[in-house]
Design a protein around this ligand. Structure first.
Ligand code: SF4
Ligand code: SF4
Length: 354
């Protein structure tokens, strides 16, 4: 049974206080002992889309970077490019946005190096004994770094339901081609009667699969890569998406990519989930509305146990099923599948740090 450490926080507790609690836990339990001198140590997180508010704040990375440096390691912040259009689909815009959100060197003391290069295509294949994949395409720096601290924000997601570490690893550490492979299961279609022909979805489509034909948009399924971006930008609910046929496969693909990350960093990784500022949508979406009071920070060396504990705590705090809080997507698929293929353990022992 995997141990998951739980640092409780009060709702809206100040970030400085949360950071001090996390620092105390990391020091008291010597949780960075896997980081050795000269280890290139990647701190992987999500810097948030424009107008997003939920992302884990920069001060935590300053503190953790300092702890890694005390071990004579070489820490850096890292992320990967998104698949969809916008500021974060290449390194230059992504770093500029990260700096606007406070992740500049002056605040974190950490250099920010994109894990998948300038345009998201720098990758290394990692062999896994998966059912869908025998090799997964992971951002090269994630594989090359000698140590990894995966800092994830627990949120909902319109395609994969609620989650944190596994999503941050599987989708968040995949190269552009790895992300494409995960998304390619789903192909949406325009509901003609609801489409107002506003054209808002056209520039967001990374595959130029949407054209305007007479009074409605049309999706060319041969070009569509299934990224779901049109679904997120349409304000008229005019994009139909067959969730039941896709969510399970998407989540399984995320899990197998996450397994690639875990195997590449076996014994050299720590996973930290922030159950604060929990929102219906992930940090890739602009805007933010908290749907559950803040809960705390969880730490484990098994990301499967960590996400299982996170789901249980959020559901208990919400007092109702997570499917009633956000998208009606079964959210245990990732945990169950990870256990089924031998990636990790859904059984955990929660140890609360007073
Ligand atoms: S954003 Fe929605 S309403 Fe506007 S053109 Fe696209 S599908 Fe139609
Ligand atoms: S049409 Fe396909 S590729 Fe284009 S935004 Fe929608 S899901 Fe993505």
């Amino acid at each position: 049974m995997e141990k998951v450490l739980f640092i409780p926080v009060a709702d809206n507790e100040e970030d400085e206080k949360v950071c001090a609690k996390l620092e105390a836990a990391l020091k008291d339990r010597d949780l960075f002992s896997f980081i050795q001198a000269r280890d290139l140590t990647a701190f992987k997180t999500h810097f948030g889309e424009e107008n997003s508010q939920g992302y884990v704040r920069p001060l935590h990375f300053r503190m953790m970077g300092e702890l890694a440096r005390q071990r004579q390691a070489l820490p850096f912040l890292t992320e990967t490019s998104t698949l969809y259009s916008g500021m974060r689909n290449q390194a230059v815009g992504h770093i500029e946005l990260a700096q606007r959100h406070g992740f500049g060197f002056e605040n974190t003391g950490l250099p920010l190096i994109m894990a998948d290069g300038l345009t998201g295509d720098e990758e290394l294949e990692v062999a896994i004994p998966g059912r869908i994949y025998q090799k997964v395409k992971i951002a090269s720096l994630i594989v090359k770094a000698q140590a990894l601290v995966m800092v994830s924000h627990f949120t909902g997601h319109l395609g994969s339901g609620f989650g944190a570490a596994l999503k941050n690893m599987g989708m968040g550490c995949a190269s552009r081609r790895g992300k494409l492979e995960q998304h390619s299961t789903a192909k949406p279609a325009v509901k003609k009667k609801q489409c107002t022909a506003c054209g808002a979805c056209l520039p967001w489509c990374p595959a130029q699969a949407i054209t305007m034909q007479e009074a409605a948009a049309r999706i060319d399924k041969a070009l569509c890569i299934g990224c779901g971006e049109c679904l997120t930008v349409c304000r008229f609910d005019a994009i139909g998406y067959n969730w039941s046929a896709t969510y399970e496969q998407l989540q399984r693909k995320i899990v197998e990519h996450a397994w690639g990350v875990a195997l590449a960093k076996k014994g050299k990784a720590l996973y930290i989930n922030f159950l604060t500022r929990i929102s219906k949508d992930c940090d890739c979406m602009g805007g933010y509305r908290k749907i559950v009071p803040d809960i705390g920070v969880l730490i484990a060396s098994d990301p499967v146990a960590l996400d299982a504990a996170s789901l249980d705590l959020v559901e208990a705090r919400a007092g109702r099923p997570l499917t009633a809080l956000a998208y009606d997507i079964p959210h245990r698929v990732q945990i169950d599948y990870a256990a089924e293929i031998g990636f990790g353990s859904p059984d955990y022992r929660l140890e609360e740090i007073p």
